[in-house]
Design a binder for this molecule. Structure first.
Ligand SMILES: CC(=O)SCCNC(=O)CCNC(=O)[C@H](O)C(C)(C)COP(=O)(O)OP(=O)(O)OC[C@H]1O[C@@H](n2cnc3c(N)ncnc32)[C@H](O)[C@@H]1OP(=O)(O)O
Length: 165
């Protein structure tokens, strides 16, 4: 994330509701042609990925199995992606070899914001981490986003620092 400011810890998980116009599901190879890169560009401006680059990264992440999950929300009427988010399960030695979930790269298409989709994606990511045995889920965000993550059940905790190269 750019300019992360706050570290937050999840306090509750919620079940996703996929009964409406959006289907929340794991990222698929075909999603490069469904607007995945355009979505990510709304998080951090970057040149579009080549299909090869996308395939290679997809294969790398697939090798991590359920310890790395990218979810997308597909608008069923058009097949285009309206939201995405990821969770990485970190395996620690402390806490009796505990695991921690890291939520990353949450984004909702500008045209679909304000209808609860972001919260649903985050709650699904948290639910996945909880299912993997994580004792907490953390993320970094700007101060402006703390209200959104509070709605998702997170509380402010600690300060995040970064060193950029
Ligand atoms: C760990 C990370 O990835 S941090 C990076 C987060 N992503 C970005 O900043 C990319 C650009 N922004 C976005 O994609 C979207 O605005 C998101 C993901 C932040 C929010 O997605 P949305 O679908 O619009 O949020 P959603 O509608 O689910 O909002 C849920 C609740 O949070 C509130 N909320 C949403 N955004 C904000 C905000 N910026 N500040 C305070 N509250 C907010 C909503 O009002 C709603 O509250 P309600 O239930 O009382 O109505």
């Amino acid at each position: 994330m750019e300019q992360p400011q706050a570290a937050m810890v999840a306090t509750e998980a919620g079940a996703g509701d996929d009964t409406d116009a959006y289907r929340i599901r794991p990222l698929e190879l075909g999603d490069i042609s469904k607007g995945f890169c355009e979505l990510l560009a709304q998080l951090s401006p970057s040149a579009p990925l080549t299909e090869d680059a996308f395939r290679n990264r997809f294969a790398e992440l697939a090798r991590l199995g359920a310890d790395h999950l990218v979810l997308v929300a597909e608008y069923t009427a058009t097949g285009r992606l309206a939201a995405a988010g990821a969770v990485l399960v970190e395996r620690k030695f402390i806490r009796r070899c505990g695991t921690v979930g890291h939520v990353e790269d949450v984004v909702v298409d500008a045209a679909a914001r304000g209808h609860g989709l972001g919260e649903r994606v985050v709650r699904r990511l948290v639910e996945h981490a909880k299912g993997r045995g994580c004792y907490k889920v953390i993320l970094n965000c700007t101060q402006e986003l703390t209200g959104f993550y509070a709605k998702c059940g997170f509380v402010e905790k600690n300060v995040q620092m970064g060193l950029y190269f």
